[in-house]
Design a protein around this ligand. Sequence first.
Ligand SMILES: *[C@@H]1O[C@H](CO)[C@@H](O)[C@H](O)[C@H]1NC(C)=O
Ligand SMILES: *[C@@H]1O[C@H](CO)[C@@H](O)[C@H](O)[C@H]1NC(C)=O
Ligand SMILES: *[C@@H]1O[C@H](CO)[C@@H](O)[C@H](O)[C@H]1NC(C)=O
Ligand SMILES: *[C@@H]1O[C@H](CO)[C@@H](O)[C@H](O)[C@H]1NC(C)=O
Ligand SMILES: *[C@@H]1O[C@H](CO)[C@@H](O)[C@H](O)[C@H]1NC(C)=O
Ligand SMILES: *[C@@H]1O[C@H](CO)[C@@H](O)[C@H](O)[C@H]1NC(C)=O
Ligand SMILES: *[C@@H]1O[C@H](CO)[C@@H](O)[C@H](O)[C@H]1NC(C)=O
Ligand SMILES: *[C@@H]1O[C@H](CO)[C@@H](O)[C@H](O)[C@H]1NC(C)=O
Ligand SMILES: *[C@@H]1O[C@H](CO)[C@@H](O)[C@H](O)[C@H]1NC(C)=O
Ligand SMILES: *[C@@H]1O[C@H](CO)[C@@H](O)[C@H](O)[C@H]1NC(C)=O
Length: 392
Amino acid sequence: MTSGHGQLRWPAAQGLAAAVFLLASIVQAVDKDKSYTIIGGGGTALRDFVSDAVGNATQDANYKGLYLPFYTVGTGAGQQSFLNNTFQYAIGDFPLSKKDFESAERPILQIPISFGPVVIVANLTPEFHASSSLQLSAPVTAAIFQGNITTWDDPAILAINPNLTKLQPPIPAGTKIKVVGRSDSNAAAYAFSQWLAQAGNGTWALGVNKTLPTGPGVKVVIGGGNVTNYLLSTPFSIGYTDAYAAKKAKLPDAALRNEAGKFVRYSKADWTFPGINVSIPAATADWSKFNLTNLPGDKTYPVVTTSILVTNNDLTGRETRGAAQKAVFGYLLGPSVQGAATSYQQYPLNDKFLNASLTAVNSIRVVDSKDFFQSNQLPKLGAPYNINFQYS
Ligand SMILES: *[C@@H]1O[C@H](CO)[C@@H](O)[C@H](O)[C@H]1NC(C)=O
Ligand SMILES: *[C@@H]1O[C@H](CO)[C@@H](O)[C@H](O)[C@H]1NC(C)=O
Ligand SMILES: *[C@@H]1O[C@H](CO)[C@@H](O)[C@H](O)[C@H]1NC(C)=O
Ligand SMILES: *[C@@H]1O[C@H](CO)[C@@H](O)[C@H](O)[C@H]1NC(C)=O
Ligand SMILES: *[C@@H]1O[C@H](CO)[C@@H](O)[C@H](O)[C@H]1NC(C)=O
Ligand SMILES: *[C@@H]1O[C@H](CO)[C@@H](O)[C@H](O)[C@H]1NC(C)=O
Ligand SMILES: *[C@@H]1O[C@H](CO)[C@@H](O)[C@H](O)[C@H]1NC(C)=O
Ligand SMILES: *[C@@H]1O[C@H](CO)[C@@H](O)[C@H](O)[C@H]1NC(C)=O
Ligand SMILES: *[C@@H]1O[C@H](CO)[C@@H](O)[C@H](O)[C@H]1NC(C)=O
Ligand SMILES: *[C@@H]1O[C@H](CO)[C@@H](O)[C@H](O)[C@H]1NC(C)=O
């Protein structure tokens, strides 16, 4: 969608060193053009969403002259590059760890921009997927991924999937479950293991981890692309990934049993979290414990990442570029990007989060306070923003 916009999509596999080398020359080139370059980077699951969002910003009359490369190096690497001042901001699908937060040595803000489901995907028969979705609870999922349950006709699976017993042709008795896991750090593993730890009724033995250990007999791969490739090419396999990757690969996601005992697919969930009182940390606080895992509510999907922007609080040293950066963050929270989120299998912030995030963006210090949210007024929720940043 942005391929004409001069946006960069950096393949996750390539080294950041190369990216930084390339950037040095880009920065020089755009300086000569008197454009404003603001470098960001982060999570690979957010590559298309954020790249398209900042790409669209540069097409908006309010942001003419900005150059906004976003490098999808992974959430952790993006955060490190923000902390060492290579990137001006990072956007990823988990918050800074306590250690990284404390290492910042300057005022920083963590600001949610969207919610992202993590899905469990199984490759069963076309007959099954034509009419049914797999249903999984946290204890059954834990047992499958730890190797306590090894066949698709295990009574614990059939008990919550009556359609499997009625299937014509049936899945042969004793068909092995082919579990795929990832050995590299990833946000999906983190959210997935949080769910199993919180909702697994004490059965999950592998801990909460971004680099998740795997049970016996698990096929271990590196990278989300290898997970979806394995699932696509291996009948009777199961794995977890971000919803966007699963959707792109046309892999059917399971309905997960939520805290209220209902089986819910993410696309049928209510992402406004009605009636649920989530406490949102201050933007200046440590977010390392923050998560939306296994929240109550009949229509709540239980395995969720939050896309979190990390930025410096004080951008006065960057002069007009700082003001432009603040304005771009306003754009990410504005109706255009929030309204586009679902087409990337991300969900827009509900009013409470949106208000908190706008308040946080509004608190960013820039030299020219006229540049954004004049007179320190928050824009009305849901209203189009009058963004006053003008590059000239
Ligand atoms: C970017 O703009 C295109 C074209 O209007 C739109 O289809 C897409 O959803 C937008 N994406 C984001 C993230 O704003
Ligand atoms: C900043 O951190 C990134 C990611 O860890 C690393 O690749 C890069 O070399 C670091 N740059 C500096 C200047 O320390
Ligand atoms: C079970 O199959 C019936 C139709 O055969 C379908 O209507 C129903 O949605 C299926 N249940 C699940 C959980 O997919
Ligand atoms: C399930 O598997 C885990 C790890 O492989 C093991 O520690 C645990 O004892 C098993 N639980 C049961 C009930 O078999
Ligand atoms: C949770 O575990 C306990 C003890 O093993 C068991 O008695 C109970 O039935 C389990 N509850 C659920 C909902 O699985
Ligand atoms: C996370 O898993 C790795 C191995 O995959 C292990 O070395 C590390 O101790 C684990 N961390 C936690 C907090 O369990
Ligand atoms: C898939 O795995 C291979 C072998 O481990 C690795 O070289 C490759 O980079 C991986 N692909 C992705 C997309 O991570
Ligand atoms: C929501 O939670 C906060 C902090 O946990 C609490 O102070 C507040 O009273 C709660 N609000 C409602 C409506 O339950
Ligand atoms: C997730 O949030 C819950 C509720 O606030 C908390 O108890 C839990 O420790 C958090 N999990 C992690 C891994 O931080
Ligand atoms: C929005 O945030 C401001 C500042 O934190 C707060 O005073 C106000 O009550 C919030 N409004 C809503 C609708 O949550």
